[in-house]
Design a binder for this molecule. Structure first.
Ligand code: IMP
Ligand code: MG
Length: 192
């Protein structure tokens, strides 16, 4: 069996090329974001809108760092299929249950890559007339941005690599890794 950092690898860990952000670094940055967001939303009514499925892990940890009350809801949007490149095709697969009109909405994203998905989502949500609309993303790949989207809170800027773990998937797998890692070269599909 192969070895990672001197220990025997699990089947899950075999997908890992290199660990980019360790679990404790994720948690400490999420603590900082939580403090910042709590200060900014003090005395206001906050609704977190998570983008399924990747943001679930980040949202669960972030909301437990908030010292202000909040509600949560989720949307599902199609972005990638099994490939690692954006199709540019965006479709709402699951809409919100809550009416966001007049609410302070904070969109919770796992990662912003081209920005196409978020740009579409922001336009869609803005049309529903929230009192305010901001974004918190755990990760961003600035080099890949194709469209400018204002992001209020960013966890980490990362290089242009395909990452998995802590909610991020490759073909729906590896979300359950506790850290953010680069996908192993053996699993990266050949460029088309
Ligand atoms: P965008 O529309 O190109 O910004 O793509 C955003 C979405 O693509 C994210 O919400 C992820 O679901 C997915 N994505 C982008 N980069 C990665 C990555 O490195 N690993 C896993 N998913 C990614
Ligand atoms: Mg995805």
């Amino acid at each position: 069996m192969e070895r990672l950092r001197g220990v025997t690898q699990t089947e899950l860990e075999q997908a890992v090329g290199e660990i980019l952000i360790e679990a404790d670094a994720l948690q400490s940055r999420i603590g900082e974001l939580g403090a910042e967001i709590s200060a900014d939303y003090a005395g206001r009514d906050l609704l977190l809108v998570g983008v399924l499925k990747g943001a679930v892990f980040f949202m669960a940890d972030l909301m437990r760092e908030l010292t202000v009350p909040c509600e949560i809801d989720f949307m599902a949007i199609s972005s990638y299929g099994a490939a690692t490149d954006s199709s540019g095709v965006v479709r709402i697969l699951k809409d919100l249950d809550i009416n966001v009109s007049g609410r302070n909405v904070l969109v919770v994203e796992d990662i912003i890559d081209s920005g196409l998905t978020l740009s579409y989502l922001m336009r869609n949500l803005r049309a529903r007339k929230p009192a305010s609309l901001e974004v918190v993303t755990l990760l961003t790949k600035p080099e890949r941005r194709e469209i400018d989207v204002p992001v209020r809170y960013v966890g980490f800027e990362i290089p242009n690599r395909f990452v998995i773990g802590y909610g991020l998937d490759f073909a729906e797998r590896y979300r359950n890794l506790p850290y953010v890692a680069v996908l192993h070269a053996d699993l990266i599909p050949p460029a088309t």
